[in-house]
Design a protein. Structure first.
Lengths: 114, 115
């Protein structure tokens, strides 16, 4: 069964800490995405990557960075966590394809910054 | 830029009845896909149904069907014979065609199915 695995289901961090959210996929997908989910706001794209070491900003990149050193792993980094980054974070992947548009999602990391 | 609007934040339906969830979108593109995703309390996003913009026929998946009105830029989801397991958040989403394309989501709607 194909999978996108997010390393933590729940995470509590202190303001100012550097936070790493990890995402690993086993489907050899080229495209990977990080979304943030907040009540009443839906899912908003933070960053995406279409190849190793490639990244592009999404709609809300401020306060975040990403790293993709290997094809299967896409990390979201909060350089200095703040309380307004308390949220649910969803990782997803899809193949580089013009016929297969299916996303595979991870099960999310609920981050609380105190 | 593409936008997806879900104007109803929540709905409730009696078990075995039919419910329709609304979605409108805005785009200047002509080739795109539309999706409905379900997110139950487990948080796992599940694809419910997909519609290709070039297809006039509305997509159907078992109890789920869509009413796709391209000119009106409307994409509603109908759930027939609602079941308790349909209780979830539902997101409407849009994607232009392309190998690197990404999903744009609406704000979601919380659907509760009453026993």
């Amino acid at each position: 069964d194909v999978k996108v695995t997010q390393s933590s289901r729940y995470l509590v961090k202190r303001t100012g800490e550097k936070v790493f959210l990890e995402c690993v996929q086993d489907m050899d997908h080229e495209n990977m995405f990080w979304y943030r989910q907040d009540p009443g706001l839906g899912l908003r794209l933070i960053y995406f990557s279409y190849d190793v070491k490639m990244k592009e900003k999404g709609d809300i990149p401020e306060g975040y960075s990403v790293s993709r050193e290997k094809k299967e792993r896409f990390s979201l980094i909060l350089e200095s966590a703040s309380t307004n980054q308390t949220s649910m974070y969803l990782c997803a992947s899809r193949p580089y394809s013009t016929t297969n548009y299916g996303y595979t999602f991870g099960s999310g990391t609920r981050l609380t910054v105190v | 830029a593409q936008t997806v609007t879900q104007s109803q934040p929540e709905m409730s339906v009696q078990e075995a009845e039919t419910v329709t969830l609304s979605c409108t979108y805005d785009t200047s593109e002509s080739n795109y896909y539309l999706f409905w995703y379900k997110q139950p309390p487990s948080r796992q996003m599940i694809l419910v149904i997909r519609q290709e913009a070039y297809k006039q026929q509305n997509a159907t998946e078992n109890r789920f069907s869509v009413n796709f009105q391209k000119a009106a830029k409307s994409f509603s989801l109908k759930i027939s014979d609602s079941q308790l397991g349909d209780t979830a958040m539902y997101f409407c989403a849009f994607m232009i065609t392309g190998a690197n394309s990404k999903l744009t989501f609406g704000k979601g709607i919380t659907l509760s199915v009453r026993p």
